[in-house]
Write a protein that binds this ligand. Structure first.
Ligand SMILES: Nc1ncnc2c1ncn2[C@@H]1O[C@H](COP(=O)(O)OP(=O)(O)O)[C@@H](O)[C@H]1O
Ligand SMILES: [Mg+2]
Length: 361
């Protein structure tokens, strides 16, 4: 699976209802929805089991846990897990992020003020500056930093001992981390997208915390449109709750969820207006492709980058669109999803049955 789908830049559609980066409202409400311990954390069975062992063993030894790297797309629970690690270790947590650390000195200040056993959560660790990164190597390995005092030829490095701490790094792109940094983590957890059944549990749990009444079918409807991402599930739940309050008696049924998300143009597969515009252009204007990215972008009236970075990754992940050397190509599933019939000699008949010819030579 690739994480490219969701860059962590705000330009990647943070304001879309189905965007996976946290918007202001998410930030305000997420704290209340975060599972507090591993037992409450839904899904990610492998990661949970492995992390449980790492933490238990450290606790039994009375030691500080090994450094942990969490990689995965936005909204899958990295920040939540970092807090859980601290909670499970009974340790305080300090939260910062790569972009917040401009200079090595910023990092030195944080590191030198850590308490013994503290968890340092470094979000977007791949966006840290090079000098800070190098300081971090030594801190992770030897619990020591060299603080540079003075400037120019007279500058001296003063070694500073650090208390043992646990670094929890989070990244949307494990591949972007320099190997020396990656190697200094004792444990790396790759977070996967969630299965619909897991997202249903997320929706039920959040509904309970938000005091919202929801039927099983209603939760399934929301889960199915949430793109494998708990953050999106929680956001759709809030919009559906609003609709249920205004248009009905507050109870979320399948019909209410479907009607609410139709208002917000989130279709049953979690595609929004932009995704559908791209697919529709590809199918109706270009017969399913292949067509170049720029041509496709012009046809939907969007920037090239928007189509490529915001819409396409999910379409590719869903198996609706393929990027080929000759251009963008719709898959048979795309025709079926939009209820259209592919053209071509053998493409007639029922929608979505145009098989492999669509991929060209
Ligand atoms: N496994 C999970 N179980 C329940 N809720 C989850 C889970 N993972 C994420 N969430 C919810 O999704 C939201 C986003 O999670 P977060 O940890 O901030 O994601 P990330 O840091 O990876 O972007 C939070 O509100 C959190 O409560
Ligand atoms: Mg986060």
């Amino acid at each position: 699976m690739n994480w490219d789908e969701t860059t962590d830049s705000p330009a990647a559609g943070a304001e879309r209802l189905v965007g996976s980066v946290a918007d202001r409202e998410d930030q305000a409400v997420e704290a209340a929805l975060r599972p507090k311990d591993l037992g409450e954390f839904i899904g990610q069975e492998k990661v949970r089991e492995q992390l449980d062992l790492v933490l238990r063993a450290a606790r039994a030894r009375g030691a500080t846990a090994d450094h942990v790297l969490l990689s995965g797309a936005p909204g899958l629970g990295k920040t939540t897990l970092s807090m859980i690690i601290a909670a499970e270790m009974g340790a305080p947590i300090r939260i910062t992020s790569g972009p917040a650390i401009q200079h090595a000195g910023d990092l030195a200040a944080i590191l030198s003020s850590l308490q013994e056993g503290e968890v340092l959560f470094l979000d977007e660790i791949h966006r840290m500056s090079r000098p800070a990164e190098e300081m971090l190597y030594m801190a992770m390995e030897d619990f020591r930093v060299d603080v540079i005092v003075g400037k120019g030829p007279g500058a001296t490095a003063i070694p500073l001992e650090l208390p043992p701490f646990t670094l929890v790094g989070a990244t949307t792109r494990a591949g972007l981390l320099p190997p020396p940094l990656r190697d200094r983590f004792g444990f790396t957890a790759h977070m996967e997208f969630y299965e619909p059944a897991e997202l249903e549990r997320v929706v039920h749990r959040s509904a309970q915390l938000l005091d919202v009444e929801i039927e099983a079918d209603g939760a399934a409807e929301i889960a199915g449109r949430s793109r494998g991402t708990p953050r999106i599930a929680n956001r759709l739940l809030r919009r559906v709750r609003d609709y249920a309050q205004v248009k009905a008696d507050g109870l979320i049924t399948r019909d209410i969820a479907g009607a609410a998300l139709a208002v917000y143009e989130v279709d049953p597969r979690g595609l929004d207006r932009l995704d559908r515009a791209v697919l529709t252009a590809l199918l109706k204007l270009f017969g399913g492709g292949p067509v170049g990215l720029s041509t496709l972008a012009v046809a939907v009236g969007e920037e090239r980058e928007t189509v490529e970075e915001v819409a396409e990754p999910f379409l590719v992940r869903e198996g609706l669109l393929a990027r080929t050397p000759r251009g963008r190509v719709a898959t048979p599933a795309a025709w079926a999803h939009l209820g259209l019939t592919p053209p071509g000699p053998r493409g007639g008949g029922t929608g979505g049955n145009g098989q492999g010819d669509l991929f060209g030579a």
